[in-house]
Design a binder for this molecule. Structure first.
Ligand code: CS2
Length: 486
């Protein structure tokens, strides 16, 4: 904190005394996304409106998060938010809302105790879609997952967020303490409802005596979070040092656009986040559908098609005219008809803004980040559009092309014969079924955990097979051009 005084005027710094802040929000998953978003809004609330009761206690639960643990410890929870406008100046702001930090693999019992502390009123999460362990076939928590298995044998060393919450809620119940609000901030449809459903399912199998207490003492607001946040580059670390004299081992780089919409369903008095631009609503659905089906789907499309075309970043794919025509046609013909309940004016301006967000040349958002865990993302970002369109006998041609392209993507080699890595928890299945699809195209659609029973829909499979055969005999660019003229 003392060092902050040495930074130039151009750097925005916390104006509050961090020692006076009380942590009542415990956030699980101190990712770049959380740090560009919730931690930033909360910082502004403390900074501008003196809401000192809403500091954040950051928590990470997985071994893979050790780096952020070491760095935040070293930097006293402080970090730089480096915001890059498409045409304007780049801004550096030091965020001071994370005032405590706990690391599960180092001390799981300390995390459980903290979660059970009466000071904590909100437990929020950005753990990424795959950490919810939603079984795509059964629709419930995947008890057969190896981590779940390990955890049930040793419940005081939990491996999943569900294991941690169960232990913490047991303590709260035992000690007669109030419950709390569980606020999921992940990119999932009805993220709060989904979290509730999975937690109750988990608890019914592991600690059924706790079910009633959870139902009576917790709320699960849905929320929609939107801000493109990249993986931090060494170049950014260097630029911050040169241009702003900031020495930050892990700054967060993001676009200037930011939106957070939350269902107003909190158990206790909540932070007045609306004072710093957060929207509260009783109905989150139109917002999340718009975001998941436009932005996230758009990313997935540029990610998959772009990788096969040899592009490395969202920007490169988004300035390719053919790609953008394809995306625009997909949105206009197949997504917008499914967004009837949304306010058409906001959909229109969101769509327009999307193009400039994707074409922000200063945001080095790698396609490899976008393509990670596509087996979880596609069911959230693309399949709901297909389902809705099929249900009302509307067009699915471009969506079927995207799925066929994803099948070919899993061959793992681009149009210039350069291999790329498939980073996915079911990469083995994806690669195997993509290989089988050379003989029998439907094999790829038979991955039930991803596609459910889509392989039984003849309208869809006909269109998919046609696209796959086009894709297997032409390069991706030529296929997109053909799609754009049909
Ligand atoms: C991306 C998101 O992971 C993805 O596929 O689409 O991380 C996206 O950048 C954020 O949701 C933006 O709000």
């Amino acid at each position: 904190m003392e060092n902050l005084k040495l930074l130039p005027e151009t750097v925005l710094k916390p104006s509050f005394d961090r020692d006076k802040i009380k942590a009542s929000i415990l956030h699980i998953g101190v990712s770049n996304f959380h740090r560009s978003h919730q931690a930033y809004y909360t910082h502004d609330l403390i900074d501008k409106f003196n809401e000192l009761n809403y500091g954040i206690c950051g928590v990470d639960l997985f071994d893979s998060d050790r780096k952020i643990y070491n760095i935040l410890k070293d930097q006293d929870g402080l970090y730089t938010l480096y915001t890059k406008e498409p045409n304007g100046p780049h801004r550096a702001k030091i965020i001071g809302s994370i005032i405590e930090y706990f690391f599960g693999p180092e001390n799981p019992l300390a995390v459980i105790e903290k979660m059970a502390s009466p000071d904590i009123e909100i437990i929020s999460l950005t753990i990424a879609e795959d950490e919810y362990h939603l079984n795509g076939i059964t629709g419930v928590f995947d008890m057969n997952h190896p981590v779940a298995n390990e955890e049930t044998k040793n419940p005081f060393k939990p491996k999943t967020v569900f294991g941690y919450l169960t232990q913490a809620f047991k303590l709260r119940k035992l000690r007669n303490l109030p419950g709390c609000t569980i606020l999921s901030c992940d990119n999932m449809k009805s993220n709060g409802e989904t979290m509730k459903h999975l937690l109750l399912d988990y608890v019914s199998k592991t600690e059924p005596g706790l079910l009633d207490w959870i139902s009576e003492n917790t709320t699960f607001p849905n929320s929609m979070v939107d801000r493109i946040t990249t993986i931090t580059d060494f170049d950014d670390i260097d630029t911050l040092k040169q241009d702003f004299l900031i020495e930050d081992q892990w700054p967060v780089v993001c676009e200037s656009f930011s939106q957070w919409v939350i269902e107003d369903k909190f158990l206790h008095k909540r932070p007045s986040w609306e004072k710093v631009g957060v929207q509260f609503t009783q109905n989150i659905e139109p917002y999340e559908n718009m975001k998941l089906r436009l932005l996230n789907a758009g990313h997935t499309i540029l990610g998959i098609l772009g990788t096969m075309c040899g592009y490395k970043t969202v920007y490169e794919a988004a300035v390719d005219k053919d790609f953008m025509i394809f995306l625009k046609c997909f949105i206009d013909e197949e997504v917008l008809p499914t967004l009837k309940e949304s306010n058409q004016t906001s959909v229109k301006s969101y769509k327009k803004m999307l193009v400039s967000r994707f074409q922000n040349q200063h945001i080095n958002d790698r396609l490899s980040r976008i393509c990670q865990e596509s087996s979880v993302k596609i069911p959230l970002f693309i399949l709901p559009t297909i389902k809705d369109q099929l249900q009302s006998d509307k067009k699915i041609k471009r969506a079927a092309f995207i799925i066929a392209a994803w099948c070919k993507y899993n061959d793992g080699i681009d149009d210039f014969k350069i291999p790329y890595k498939i980073t996915d928890s079911i990469s083995g299945t994806l690669i195997r079924n993509a290989t089988l699809s050379h003989q029998n195209p439907i094999k790829f659609l038979e991955i039930e955990s991803v596609f459910g029973d889509l392989s039984n829909n003849k309208i869809f499979t006909d269109s998919y097979e046609e696209s796959l055969s086009l894709l297997r005999s032409n390069n991706i660019k030529a296929c997109i051009q053909k799609m754009n003229t049909s």
